[in-house]
Ligand binder design. Structure first.
Ligand code: SF4
Length: 259
């Protein structure tokens, strides 16, 4: 049996960069999956996305955004009406309170505008650090790392950090990549977590990162079994990228809602 010497910091950084490059090729369609056209809409959508799929949020927001256009609209919202509009996203009473409080705080402290600084964003009701980074990266073009459940699981599987606290993970991963790449890297990692490297049964046998991943084998390595685990509209392209016959990916996988 051969024993491998522990990976050096330089070795880990190089492997991290390679993972980043492979993810860029694997997920050319990576983007923020919450539909929005400005910072306020993204802040609202992110609050609604707690314990809810992005797809469900995107079903609700067109009507919501047409009715509530400004922070003042949320500040003065009729609670019952707002609750009804966002009810399908779950926890709608709490979320309604967050949206009204957010609108009031923006009007009172920021002239009704969403601020573009992390330190200000995290003082707003319903906006934690993760949400703040989503808003910075996608509405203000300020590079930000979004440590959600997928991001956390994947960077730990890749052994890029041993940290478990999201803020420490954010700093540890940030140190491995150029700042300008942070926002897109976050989208690509989250895309991979939703479509390939699932929490319970990752599609290891159909994963473009197999050679770079210390957790290869956590899920099925057999290509036929793994192909069935791929998800989303590009599931067949993902299979083809690792040399698997795309026809092995069932139609329901292509149509499947990503978590
Ligand atoms: S090889 Fe498996 S555990 Fe590693 S990233 Fe791919 S799907 Fe996830």
């Amino acid at each position: 049996m051969t024993t491998r010497s522990p990976e050096t910091d330089l070795g880990r950084t190089r492997r991290a960069r390679r993972i980043g490059r492979v993810l860029t090729e694997t997920h050319p369609d990576a983007h923020c999956e919450l539909d929005h056209s400005n910072a306020l809409e993204l802040a609202v959508a992110t609050i609604l996305s707690a314990q809810c799929t992005d797809k469900k949020v995107n079903e609700v927001t067109p009507k919501l955004f047409a009715r509530y256009r400004t922070a003042a609209d949320y500040a003065g919202a009729d609670r019952a009406e707002l609750e009804e509009l966002i009810r399908p996203t779950g926890f709608y009473r709490n979320k309604t309170s967050s949206l009204i409080n957010l609108g009031q705080a923006l009007c009172e402290r920021y002239d009704g505008e969403v601020p573009g600084r992390l330190a200000d964003l995290v003082t707003l009701p319903g906006i934690g650090r993760k949400t703040a980074n989503v808003i910075l990266g996608n509405a203000f073009d300020v590079p930000g790392i979004t440590v959600d459940t997928h991001f956390q699981r994947l960077v730990q599987r890749w052994q890029l950090t041993t940290e478990t606290d999201p803020v420490k993970i954010e700093h540890a991963i940030g140190a491995l990549y150029p700042k300008r790449d942070w926002t897109m890297l976050s989208h690509r990692i989250i895309f991979h977590g939703r479509r390939v490297c699932h929490a319970r049964k990752p599609a290891c046998g159909a994963c473009t990162l197999a050679k770079l991943c210390p957790a290869y084998g956590t899920g099925p390595t057999d290509p036929v079994a793994a192909a069935k685990l791929l998800k989303g509209p590009r599931a067949r392209d993902l299979a083809a990228a690792v040399g698997i016959d795309p026809d092995l990916v069932p139609q329901q996988a292509v149509a499947a809602e990503v978590p």
